[in-house]
Design a protein around this ligand. Structure first.
Ligand code: AGP
Length: 613
């Protein structure tokens, strides 16, 4: 996953590219580059590291080119370095690319036979040479782009500039997102609208196997046959007012503190508490006929899907299967006609989830997507979409989007329960109240004394080599999600384990050095607390360093066995158990990352939206 941006016909081409790349850094930030066409020469500057490093390097140069392409990278082929950073060029063609060229070895061998010299270890570098090879045959930009695309196996969003063509960017899309931006006397291309939101709100979203020639005052879109494609220009809503840190040190901390608002706005958007009515978008199919639900996603979104399994099975009594997208898309899944596919994604662009969605669609499934980005590819391809009301999430480690997803999936479970006759009006009202009260209870998790306590525990964990999270029922999912947050932020090996599963092997890891976070909320609606307590005692018996997460009474009941305690409110119902304890674990991961001096908002090796397989 990478971010690409381009502009043609602009006197501020460098500024527009740098602004755009900064907005695309969530897609990868290990190296970056820019190329302009000036006096028919490519002027290229590439740097390892973040856009700021590229900006500093650019300050040494003076540019006048009005056509430019830029790239921010998440390395797939070839380590992060200046040589492997994009753009990559042949003598006449220069490209930036987001995606993976699966047959790059084969193409490279063919092109080397044809005299091409390769300077990098990347898969992408075959593209400019391949386009130049076809251009030499056809002397036609359109034909050469189409011929090259025909030979490429894999995914791509490409922006291409040609010597001798001062006023044209050619683009190609298959699998990776790409939009065109319509300006006044200048036009743009980018991986997503957000990168262009300071310059235009007039957007054309390309579909797979669509291509375009972008000139300062016109755009021509065409298909694989070279036939013209009429595309609708969309006017986008302004998004930029919500992407500041609002005075917080990091986007992640701001986004953690925004979660009570996310709950409030989710309820405002989809519930009328005055008469306990739920207003989800029209699905275009009858939920009554649904007897099986299959939820597919990746990473943190997968864990909100796993929460939904507990919520939907308990509240609506409908069978739910949950799978990670990178496996589901290659499984020969016995699709049922009464099955509903639910895809969950913050970005709506995650390649594995997108491919799984296309696979289910090809098999005639009903597709519901829960996404945080309205105009994302998943939203465009789904029969029905429920938008999470979290606002733009900038921190790579997902927090408020998770809470937004779990809140939406809770509402969906109640809604389905009513339709299936499993939830009566009284129960519906109780469940909606429990969701509504989560927001208030959540604010108590931010009390100064609680933050002070979490900071102290975080300090004690900065030298940990390993860490375990355990829980039961829906708190098992909290343990999984907490461990993922801890791994991606602290770079410490943390595992989430079902508390009941510990004694079947993993307990062998327990010794005096192993911190074990026990997620043991006391919930008025289930008695898993006692069970989790006995598992914690098994850990304590082997000297494990327990950090006990429960309400005041639960902590008292566990007594002295827990050296460290994280207090959470007493919980009412499965929805509150899905939403509340995880917040304290987000804060723990945040402070450990902070005290270790890690990059909290852009942890190493990660990216916010994973647009490659
Ligand atoms: C979560 O903190 C990670 N950033 C990652 O696991 C993420 O949840 C995963 O890549 C899925 O992204 P999506 O929700 O945008 O599809």
């Amino acid at each position: 996953m990478c971010g690409i941006v381009g502009v043609v016909g602009s006197k501020n081409s460098v500024t527009i590219i740098i602004d755009g790349l900064k907005k695309l850094e969530y897609r990868g930030y290990d190296s970056a580059g820019i190329a302009l066409l000036e006096n028919n020469q490519f002027r290229t500057v590439k740097e390892e590291g973040k856009i700021v490093q590229l900006e500093q390097a650019l300050a040494q140069h003076k540019f006048s080119g009005e056509i430019a392409i830029g790239h921010t990278r998440w390395a797939t082929h070839g380590a992060p370095s200046k040589e492997n950073a994009h753009p990559h060029a042949s003598s006449q063609v220069c490209v930036v690319h987001n995606g993976i060229i699966e047959n790059h070895q084969e193409l490279k061998a063919k092109l080397q036979k044809n005299g091409a010299q390769f300077l990098s270890e990347t898969d992408t570098e075959v593209v400019p040479h391949l386009i130049e090879y076809h251009f030499a045959q056809t002397h036609d930009i359109k034909k050469s782009i189409l011929a090259a695309a025909k030979e490429i196996h894999g995914t791509f969003a490409l922006a291409v500039i040609f010597k001798g063509h001062q006023d044209l960017i050619a683009v190609a899309k298959r699998g990776s997102p790409l939009v065109l931006g319509m300006g006044k006397g200048e036009n743009y291309v980018a991986s997503d609208y957000y990168a262009l939101s300071d310059h235009t709100n007039k957007i054309i979203a390309l579909d797979d196997d669509e291509f375009a020639l972008v000139l300062p005052n016109s755009v021509e879109v065409f298909d694989v046959e070279g036939k013209k494609v009429n595309k609708k220009v969309k006017t986008m809503e302004a998004e930029k007012n919500r992407v500041s840190k609002d005075g917080y040190d990091h986007f992640m901390l701001k986004e953690i503190y925004e979660q009570p608002r996310v709950l409030e706005e989710t309820i405002q958007a989809y519930v009328d508490l005055s008469n306990s009515s739920i207003h989800l978008p029209n699905f275009g199919f009858d939920l009554k006929e649904i007897n099986k639900i299959t939820i597919v996603a990746c990473g943190t979104s997968y864990y909100s899907g796993l929460c939904a399994k507990y919520l939907i099975e308990e509240i609506a009594g409908v069978e739910v299967e949950v799978d990670i997208a990178s496996e589901f898309r290659y499984r020969s899944h016995p699709f049922r006609h009464d099955n509903l596919m639910i895809f969950v994604s913050q970005s709506g662009e995650t390649a594995d989830t997108l491919a799984a969605l296309k696979y289910a669609k090809q098999n005639g499934q009903k597709i519901l997507s829960i996404v945080n980005v309205a105009h994302s590819s998943m939203a465009q391809l789904s029969d029905a979409v429920i938008r999470t009301v979290a606002g733009p999430e900038i921190g790579v480690a997902s927090t408020k989007a998770y809470t937004g997803q779990v809140a939406i999936l809770s509402l969906f479970a109640v809604h389905l329960g009513v339709i299936k006759g499993k939830v009566d009006a009284k129960q519906k009202n109780i469940l909606l109240q429990q969701l509504a009260e989560s927001g208030l209870k959540m604010t108590h998790l931010f009390d100064q004394s609680k933050i002070k306590n979490i900071k102290k525990i975080a300090k004690s964990l900065t030298r940990a080599r390993n860490l375990l999270y355990i829980g039961r029922g829906i708190s098992q999912v909290t343990a999984f999600e907490a461990a993922l947050k801890f791994r991606e932020l602290s770079y410490i090996n943390a595992q989430g384990i079902a508390a009941g599963e510990l004694k079947h092997g993993t307990i062998a890891l327990i010794d005096k050095k192993m911190p074990v976070v026990v997620i043991a909320p006391r919930n008025s609606q289930n008695d898993l607390f006692e069970k989790t307590l006995s598992n914690a005692q098994e850990v304590n018996a082997r000297g494990g360093k327990i950090i006990f997460v429960s309400d005041r009474e639960g902590i008292v009941q566990f007594g002295k066995m827990a050296r460290k305690k994280i207090e959470i409110p007493k919980l009412d119902g499965v929805i509150q158990e899905a939403i509340l304890p995880v917040i304290s674990t987000q804060l723990l991961a945040y402070y450990v990352s902070l005290y270790k001096g890690n990059d909290v908002d852009q942890p190493r090796n990660l990216a916010k939206s994973v647009t490659v397989e």
